[in-house]
Design a protein around this ligand. Structure first.
Ligand SMILES: NC(=O)c1ccc[n+]([C@@H]2O[C@H](COP(=O)([O-])OP(=O)(O)OC[C@H]3O[C@@H](n4cnc5c(N)ncnc54)[C@H](OP(=O)(O)O)[C@@H]3O)[C@@H](O)[C@H]2O)c1
Length: 163
């Protein structure tokens, strides 16, 4: 199973239920990597999507503990155990965990590949990704050339779980 996230220098991912920054090329890469696949997000992250709706052209699995909660065109799941059971139906290479902080933290143990957009800036933030560069069972396997968006510098990175 994969994860995908955009993080800053402190591995921050969000502030007040919003992304830290919108980088068009990063959004394009996210779309290209996840279209036709399965994304798993927490209920709060769904609320950051356009019109608070599931993303088009891919299967959306939303985690919420609220058993009354319904989302049109998405599957709502109520626990990690229930999620793991649901995901048995799919090839785990097709599954992308896409946030937010609580979902990244709980599902990292089940993932073997993490796609990080590393933004060279330190934002004010209140949501974080686990610091993969300090976890001994993860290694940086690939890094793109330097990318720029106005005065921002960022890199596309791929972390893999060590065998
Ligand atoms: N930079 C990035 O790549 C990126 C990507 C995604 C999100 N984000 C940011 O991350 C932040 C949101 O993160 P967050 O941690 O506050 O929220 P979140 O992880 O998106 O959603 C949390 C919600 O998920 C549900 N949930 C969590 N664990 C669950 C479990 N074990 N079983 C069932 N439901 C569960 C709960 O919903 P209920 O309350 O309904 O029970 C919980 O309130 C925002 O700032 C967002 O912009 C950043």
């Amino acid at each position: 199973m994969n994860m995908i996230a955009a993080v800053d220098n402190n591995w921050a991912i969000g502030c007040q239920n919003s992304l830290l920054v919108h980088i068009p090329r990063d959004q394009k890469q996210f779309r290209e990597m996840t279209e036709g696949k399965i994304i798993v997000v927490g209920r709060k992250t769904l609320n950051t999507f356009p019109q608070k709706q599931p993303l088009k052209n891919r299967m959306n699995i939303i985690l919420s503990r609220d058993r009354q909660y319904r989302v049109r065109d998405a599957i709502v799941i109520h626990s990690i155990d229930e999620l793991l059971e649901e995901l048995k139906k799919y090839d785990d290479k097709q599954v992308y965990v896409a946030g937010g902080a609580s979902i990244y933290e709980q599902l990292l143990p089940y993932c073997d590949t993490v796609y990080i957009t590393k933004i060279d800036y330190a934002y004010q933030a209140d949501a974080y990704f686990p610091r993969l560069d300090r976890l001994s069972d993860w290694e940086l396997a690939q890094e793109s050339e330097e990318q720029t968006y106005f005065d921002l510098t960022y890199y596309f990175q791929k972390y893999v779980r060590k065998c």
